[in-house]
Write a new protein. Structure first.
Length: 95
């Protein structure tokens, strides 16, 4: 799905493989399974819910296990990488 400048209200949206640009979402439920990339650009979200399933859910659980296992620096470096900040405490590689 490719949507530009559209309004969505009270719907469930499966994000995998979708692009949303300058859209408005109100009380929507988003589901991401990690099978395909998503593009979200300049959207607004009001009272929305986010759900992760499949590979995406497994990745979050793995990151939680790493954090719980004492690898705080790795997880914090991952978030810094997402924010566009460099963190010399850990190295993250992309494959």
């Amino acid at each position: 799905m490719i949507a530009r400048k559209q309004k969505f209200k009270d719907v469930t949206i499966f994000l995998d493989g979708s692009s949303f640009i300058e859209c408005t979402f109100e009380r929507c439920t988003f589901v991401y399974s990690g099978l395909m990339l998503v593009a979200l650009e300049d959207n607004s979200f009001k009272e929305c819910k986010w759900q992760f399933s499949g590979s995406a859910q497994n990745t979050l659980a793995f990151m939680g296990a790493l954090y719980g296992g004492g690898l705080h620096d790795l997880i914090e470096a991952t978030f810094d990488n997402i924010r566009g900040k460099a963190n010399p405490a850990a190295v993250i590689t992309k494959h």
